[in-house]
Ligand binder design. Structure first.
Ligand code: PLP
Length: 406
């Protein structure tokens, strides 16, 4: 008889944002007059930049003409996009990454959940706590995480690296040696980041113990400080220990357009096995390429006008981040993040749990955020607000929270 993949049954509760969505929907139905402001999920609100719209239009036109029509895209992405990425995201920052080490995809969520497939099930993963839930859940589905302890909200075979106020929300090298290390900077959910020297320590450590770092740089466009690395390949030795995951969702507003990429250097190995051919094989077998139209839109991100327009878009969101950070700080909240990232991480007031504060904000001021505990046990007592709302909503939400005077 057919059997389901029982690893899926081990997943506790529903995906964090589904739970939040349900709560907000129910509250909205019961209180139709409430003007709910959503600063929870990290989705963008600003329209696509004009240069991207124009690239989309012309690519659509090309698809309507026999001579320029395109069918399946190359598995690993069109050369024009991979060249633009290699040039602008890597060579311009002094990183030695070539176009054929870049694998174009339809976003970082798929890549960071699928990448574990090319590694043995015996590998031990290490994750930050709190963490973007996809890293852990995808390993649960694969059967790599052992058993779940509902009391501690942890998996027996996962190494957790607490990121707390005491360590500046930066993970420390764990006592047990991991095989795969998930790092995400600028960080979702804490908005924290680490300096280049700190990242270099991780690269040196991974090379020493033979581990691989899965480096999620989805928020690199939000970096404002000069000593914060945009790519792990800025560190010496990263080519032999790191895979980098990138997204067009946050730097260019592609959350609904869908585009991302993964970088696997040619010399990166797991034991004796080169990983580049494995991911190429995986891509070729399970993926038929991001659409031509979307890859042309991605190329426009790197045009002079695109760069200018997107710089302004990032600045718009970071202005929101500043408003939230300063507004809540002046109201007595303990806040962090928001300087190199579009997330503000705040301590819940009094002795409120993360979910109690979520309910309080939803019911009293109709503002939706994300409970820190949803990202892991060390997130308990914290709350995440995103800067991705409109400026007007951001101002209104912060003013409402301040007026709630908790
Ligand atoms: C850390 C991190 N990685 C990846 C993603 C997913 O990006 P994409 O929209 O490209 O799938 C997100 C989205 O919120 C994220 O926060």
């Amino acid at each position: 008889m057919v059997k389901a993949n029982e690893n899926y049954l081990k997943l506790p509760g529903s995906y964090l944002f589904s739970t939040i969505g349900k709560k907000v929907r129910e509250f909205g139905e019961a209180n139709p007059e409430a003007k709910i402001i959503r600063l929870g999920i990290g989705d963008v609100t600003q329209p696509l930049a004009p240069s991207i719209i124009s690239a989309l239009h012309s690519a659509v036109d090309e698809m309507g003409v026999k001579e320029s029509f395109r069918g399946y895209a190359p598995d690993l992405g069109y050369e024009f996009l991979r060249n633009a990425i290699a040039e602008n995201d890597y060579r311009a920052r002094g990183c030695d990454i070539s176009a054929d080490e870049i694998f174009v995809s339809d976003g970082a969520k798929c890549d960071c959940s699928n990448i574990q497939e090319i590694f043995s099930l015996d590998n031990k993963i290490a994750v930050c706590d709190p963490v973007y839930p996809v890293y852990v859940d995808s390993n649960v589905m694969a059967g790599r995480t052992g058993s779940y302890d509902a009391k501690t909200e942890t998996w027996s075979d996962v190494i957790y690296m607490p990121c707390t106020a005491d360590n500046g929300f930066a993970p420390e090298i764990p006592e047990k040696t991991p095989d795969l290390i998930y790092l995400c900077f600028p960080n979702n959910p804490t908005g924290a980041t680490i300096k280049k020297a700190q990242l270099q320590e991780w690269v040196d450590y991974a090379n020493k113990v033979g581990a691989i770092i899965l480096y999620d740089a989805a928020y690199e466009a939000y970096i404002s400080e000069s000593d914060v690395p945009h790519s792990i390949y800025e560190c010496e030795g990263a080519r032999t220990c790191a895979i980098e995951l990138r997204s067009f969702s946050k730097n260019a507003g592609f959350t609904g357009v869908r585009l991302g990429f993964t970088v696997i250097p040619k010399e990166l190995k797991a034991g004796d096995v080169a990983l580049h051919p494995l991911w190429a094989r995986r891509h070729g077998t399970k993926y038929n390429g991001a659409p031509y139209i979307i890859q042309r839109a991605g190329e426009a991100v790197y045009s002079p006008e695109g760069k200018e327009q997107l710089k302004a878009q990032v600045a718009y969101y970071m202005n929101n981040a500043k408003y939230i950070y300063e507004g809540l700080k002046s109201a007595g909240y303990t806040v962090s993040g928001g300087v190199n990232a579009p997330y503000i991480w705040l301590k819940t007031p009094g002795k409120m749990t993360s979910w109690e504060f979520f309910d309080f904000l939803l019911e009293k001021v109709n503002v939706v955020g994300t409970p820190g505990s949803g990202f892991g046990p060390s997130g308990e007592g914290y709350f995440r607000l995103t800067a991705f709302g409109t400026y007007e909503n951001t101002v209104e939400a912060v003013d409402r929270i301040k007026r709630a005077n908790i």
